[in-house]
Design a protein around this ligand. Structure first.
Ligand SMILES: Cc1cc2nc3c(=O)[nH]c(=O)nc-3n(C[C@H](O)[C@H](O)[C@H](O)COP(=O)(O)OP(=O)(O)OC[C@H]3O[C@@H](n4cnc5c(N)ncnc54)[C@H](O)[C@@H]3O)c2cc1C
Length: 357
């Protein structure tokens, strides 16, 4: 362990409790940053010691494939406050969330304050900082719908800058931070525009079904409860069965690509389900593709496809010394090959993979 000013850097740190797949990777260097000053110290330490930096939130969207020679920086900046810097609209409030705030805690806090618009994103694991990296979304809402701006530290210069919505280039499970700006920033806070009057959005089929027999008004708290109940019934709890949620993105295909697939697969088996997107594109549920191939419940070594949800890969051996990373990734490749062979669709892995595969 070494100390540079306020920052404590540990060496050979096991990351098992820092990733929701419970993988046993060891980071050569590890620290916790609870201020921008800590982040700047971490950047300087990494430069001096020629280490790459990995900013880490809740570890619910990463796969640590091997031990890592790098400085893992656990981003722990805290605080939620109304930001005076955005004009917003008369019915809204701009709220700034520090990057280390737990996402679901933030959603519940906002509800308690009468700030609405995040209820459909209830119970998504992880922290505020990473929520923008993949533009988290669920039950018909994405964080980009509420996004105003973020602050971030540039990893090469240490400069603190602000980025607006256009600069973040959000799309389905995507942002500039996965493309052009990958690894160039450590996000320190995110400002969202929330409504001071309830926004009830129950258009998503599972929510419509949940409220089908409901008589009377529906409150934001009821939507939060509905989303958490539906999620609990569908997704395994990472604390019980380690996982990273959806392992694959739902493929977005053009109408012409889908027509070609229909002419091959659809001719004999019937049409693949699809949901219309803007500009002539269609989203295809990856879980459906996996389930059609009868892969649910399949196991490979310590890894498995969840028996109720084909999109979720789980670690069955997180309480032993067996490392599951290679089994998880082999199983993912197997799924990709099978899906491609049958549907001619290339599934893209959603979580970020670190280390050598
Ligand atoms: C059971 C389960 C259900 C899930 N459901 C959903 C869902 O419904 N919708 C959805 O969109 N996602 C879902 N996810 C995925 C995951 O919860 C989200 O992607 C979440 O935003 C990840 O947050 P995190 O803090 O755990 O990120 P981490 O896993 O810690 O990090 C993810 C990536 O972001 C980077 N990063 C983290 N913090 C920062 C920062 N401050 N600055 C710069 N880079 C940073 C990391 O380096 C890494 O590349 C689910 C996951 C699980 C386990």
């Amino acid at each position: 362990m070494s100390r540079s000013y306020g920052l404590v850097v540990e060496t050979d740190k096991c990351l098992q409790s820092y990733n929701s797949l419970g993988l046993l990777s060891v980071a050569s260097h590890f620290c916790t940053a609870s201020s921008i000053a800590h982040i700047l110290e971490a950047l300087a330490y990494a430069k001096t010691n020629q280490l790459d930096i990995i900013p880490l939130g809740g570890g619910s969207n990463v796969v640590f494939a091997s031990d890592l020679r790098c400085l893992v920086v656990c981003i722990s900046l805290l605080g939620i406050k109304v930001s005076g810097t955005d004009g917003g609209t008369p019915n809204s409030v701009a709220v700034r969330f520090a990057a280390g705030e737990n996402w679901d805690h933030a959603v519940r806090y906002c509800l308690s304050q009468g700030w609405y618009g995040l209820e459909n994103l209830a119970c998504i694991p992880g922290n505020i900082g990473a929520s923008v990296i993949q533009n988290i979304g669920a039950y018909g809402v994405e964080i980009s719908d509420r996004f105003i701006s973020l602050s971030a530290v540039k990893t090469d210069t240490g400069e603190v800058i602000s980025l607006n919505k256009d600069q973040c280039r959000f799309s389905y499970r995507e942002s500039a931070f996965k493309q052009l700006l990958k690894d160039k920033f450590i996000i320190t806070d995110v400002t969202l525009r929330l409504s001071i009057t309830p926004i009830i959005n129950i258009d998503y089929p599972a929510l419509k079904h949940y409220f089908a027999d409901h008589v009377g008004d529906i409150s934001s708290e009821m939507v939060y409860k509905a989303v958490s109940t539906i999620r609990q019934s569908k997704l395994p709890d990472p604390d019980v069965l380690p996982n990273v949620g959806s392992f694959f993105k739902n493929p977005t295909l053009s109408a012409s690509t889908l027509a070609k697939i229909d002419s091959k697969y659809g001719r004999t088996q019937g049409q693949i389900p699809r949901f219309e997107q803007p500009q002539g594109y269609f989203k295809v549920p990856a879980g459906w593709l996996i389930e059609q191939l009868g892969l649910k419940g399949l196991r490979h070594g310590a890894a498995g496809i969840h028996d109720k949800q084909g999109l979720v890969l789980v670690n069955y051996k997180s309480d032993t010394d067996d490392d599951c990373a290679s089994d998880i990734l082999a199983l993912a490749r197997h799924i990709q090959e099978k899906v491609f062979a049958t549907f001619f669709i290339q599934l893209e892995i959603e979580p970020r993979i670190y280390g050598s595969v």
